[in-house]
Write a protein that binds this ligand. Structure first.
Ligand SMILES: [Zn+2]
Ligand SMILES: [Zn+2]
Length: 332
């Protein structure tokens, strides 16, 4: 009897599904790619056919120009070669999917990036039982336990109100985190205009076109200093410390990221107000998910594989680490 999942071949540049002749999230251009979500470390330009959810394809079209896309909605199953392929919500960013592959009586789920807590900008993760669960492990260490998102947003609002005349400048990734932060603020009743850096504008507009209503957004560039006092400004992390931020009224520098758990990371970016808001599963969510999915094997990608490998062994689940390259944290 062949080894479980012998038809799934991990290469450094991605996972090759031989009986479908397709690659998942390849870091090199391939004739046929299945893409879990729009972050740049998973979705790259230059492929032939691109199979993805309509939202992910819209994001890729916006970033790389029009793709030879084949839209596959959540819950649809398509036949590729000898494999049935389904896209299932991953709860990570708008359009993000786990990919279920069924072949020869075996079920394999490639998680892509995922999280378990509610996100007002995207569909929630769906637990999908399978034989092999290929899981990310970005925050795969017990030290990573993300606090409640609402209380982090409350800390931001409290600080804003405690220091009149200043603004809070929040670094947040342009795809996913920025829009989620805006929606979390709206959900806490914050209905002031939110100011954004130009680099975030296009994706915010795209989210709105795809049905996520972000409320009133204004471009921070060009707004007079006085208008920005007592306001929230969102920029990509790279703009936090650059010349651009000097136009703002005495900004309180914040950043929304799972890495803000690590003080040193906050210090490196001169972040005064670290907000632990992550679009990835934390340690408890990773292990809870493996328990619920109950696979026979877990294969682990980008992240701190060792601790999760050890946890799997302790729980009598066969585990293997895949050494894929090119996954960075655009999206933490
Ligand atoms: Zn990733
Ligand atoms: Zn991602």
């Amino acid at each position: 009897m062949p080894r479980l999942g012998s038809w799934i071949e991990p290469f450094p540049e991605g996972i090759y599904v031989r009986p479908a002749d397709a690659w998942i999230d390849p870091s090199q251009p391939k004739p046929r790619a299945l893409i879990t979500h729009g972050h740049a470390d998973h979705a790259r330009g230059g492929h032939g056919e691109v199979w993805a959810t309509p939202e992910t394809l819209a994001i890729m079209d916006a970033r790389y120009g029009e793709q030879r896309g084949v839209e596959t909605g959540y819950g649809e199953t398509v036949r590729l070669g000898e494999v049935d392929v389904s896209f299932i919500p991953a709860g990570h960013v708008l359009g993000s999917a786990q990919i279920l592959l069924e072949h020869g009586g075996e079920r394999v789920v490639v998680s892509g990036d995922y999280k378990r807590r509610p996100d007002p900008t995207c569909a929630s993760f769906v637990v999908t039982p399978c034989d092999i669960f290929i899981s990310e492990a970005t925050f795969g260490l017990p030290v990573f336990r993300h606090p409640d998102t609402g209380s982090e947003v409350d800390r931001l609002l409290h600080r804003l109100r405690a220091e009149p005349g200043r603004c809070v400048l929040v670094g947040a990734y342009a795809l996913g985190k920025a829009q989620r932060l805006i929606m979390e603020l709206r959900g806490r009743g914050y209905d002031e205009p939110i100011y954004i850096h130009g680099a975030i504008e296009r994706l915010c507009r795209l989210y709105e076109e795809l049905g996520v209503n972000l409320g009133e957004l204004r471009l921070a560039t060009g707004a007079p200093k006085s208008e920005l006092a007592d306001k929230i400004v969102i920029c990509p992390p790279g703009a936090l410390n650059d010349r651009w931020s000097r136009r703002l009224p005495d900004p309180i520098t914040a950043m929304a990221s799972g890495w803000m758990r690590i003080r040193q990371r906050a210090r490196q970016r001169n972040v005064e107000l670290p907000l632990i808001i992550s679009d990835h599963a934390d340690w408890d969510e990773l292990t809870q998910t493996i328990r619920e999915v109950a696979p026979r094997e877990v294969w682990i990608t980008h992240g701190r594989e060792d601790a999760l490998m050890h946890w799997c062994r302790l729980h009598q689940i066969k585990a293997r680490e895949l050494n894929l390259v090119g996954y960075e944290d655009e999206d933490d």
